[in-house]
Ligand binder design. Structure first.
Ligand SMILES: [Zn+2]
Length: 358
């Protein structure tokens, strides 16, 4: 347990990166994986930038006692403690990145910085947490032709109430971060770059001099990030995501420091793979919808899912929800490209078919 990981994890073990410990990335920078029990992501990476002045963290993990203790232990190995944290620079609003920062700030001095475009999501999360509305990803399902799935997802979420998740605090950050802001730390400078897609206010932190990209969930090495799985739904999430990927290619290539998965040497290599994945998926989605009109649900049912090419019906309700949302996002890109047309029925269901004249 808790050995310092001195080498990159072996390629054949896809989960080695998630094992507890501290990976020394040089120059006072350390990768600390924190646990996400009951989550297929397994762990979330917190990056500690250390120096004489203390510790600055990129992402904070989930507000769980287990994660807080692991973080304290890891910082202890480096000669610091939780009170030495000066800043939490958070890539996006999802609970596995944001909530431990909020919890720690109730007793410690660390200040939280979050991309300013997450304001809308944070407000919506509070509404959902207070029981005043449903998450947008459930509200959207009837329009996607998946009203029945909405019922199943509600039932699954109600089952979850039997073993409740920790109660999370959703307080405001101390600082809302604007696109392009340069954060000058004692040991390095980070440029915040707005990368909407995974969430609308996602930011990455680029250390140009150090050749590093703190990518959050924007560029992940093993999986394609979910698109627009956020409380406030946005039809253009995938168009924005593809734009945010191309933005990475306009920067000098950098070492990829992802929030889930191991560190790798080239951000550009992975960005090109992700772009190719989505182009293939767009082609497949276009083929299905060209025989339409289809709803996003019907199109998702005609496409293969996961690396094992499973059928939509074989996924659990939450994964079906992600799959249908993902399909809708691809259909909307094809509408923007003029290859498909969307018509909304009197009942409010969106149907997609080949654009006239093509
Ligand atoms: Zn995440």
């Amino acid at each position: 347990m808790n050995d310092v990981i001195s080498r990159a994890p072996a390629r054949e073990d896809r989960n080695a990166w998630a094992e507890s410990g501290v990976e020394d990335l040089g120059g006072g920078l350390h990768r600390i994986p924190l646990p996400l029990p009951n989550d297929s992501l397994t762990a979330v990476n917190v990056y500690a930038i250390t120096g004489e002045h203390g510790v600055d963290l990129v992402d904070a993990g989930m507000a769980l006692d287990l994660a807080r203790d692991r973080l304290a232990e890891a910082l202890g190995q480096l000669g610091y403690g939780l009170p030495d944290i000066r800043n939490f620079f958070i890539t996006h609003i999802h609970q596995d990145h944001y909530t431990l920062a909020v919890q720690l700030r109730t007793t410690l001095r660390g200040e939280i910085t979050l991309g300013e475009e997450e304001r809308v999501n944070l407000a919506a999360i509070r509404e959902v947490a207070a029981g005043r509305r449903e998450p947008g990803f459930i509200e959207m399902l009837p329009a996607l032709g998946a009203a029945e799935l909405a019922g199943q997802v509600r039932a699954a979420l109600t089952d979850d109430l039997a073993n409740p998740a920790p109660s999370l605090r959703w307080d405001d950050p101390d600082h809302w971060l604007a696109d392009g802001t340069l954060i000058d730390l004692p040991s390095r400078s980070l440029r915040a770059i707005h990368t909407p897609g995974h969430t609308r206010g996602h930011v990455v932190f680029h250390d140009e001099a150090g050749g590093l990209l703190f990518a959050g969930d924007h560029v992940l090495p093993h999986i394609t990030p979910s698109i627009g799985f956020q409380p406030v739904i946005n039809r253009q999430a995938l168009s924005q995501y593809l734009g945010s990927l191309r933005l990475m290619l306009a920067l000098p290539d950098a070492r990829l420091l992802p929030a889930h998965g191991p560190v790798s040497e080239s951000t550009h290599a992975r960005v090109n793979e992700l772009l190719a994945h989505h182009e293939l998926r767009l082609e497949q989605t276009l083929a299905v919808a060209s025989a339409g009109p289809v709803t996003a649900f019907a199109a998702a049912a005609a496409l293969p899912w996961t690396r094992r090419k499973r059928a939509l019906a074989d996924l659990d309700p939450m994964n079906q929800l992600l799959a249908v949302g993902e399909t809708a996002a691809h259909l909307e890109v094809l509408v923007v490209r003029g290859q498909l047309a969307r018509v909304t029925s009197p009942e409010g269901v969106d149907f997609y078919s080949q654009a006239v004249g093509r």
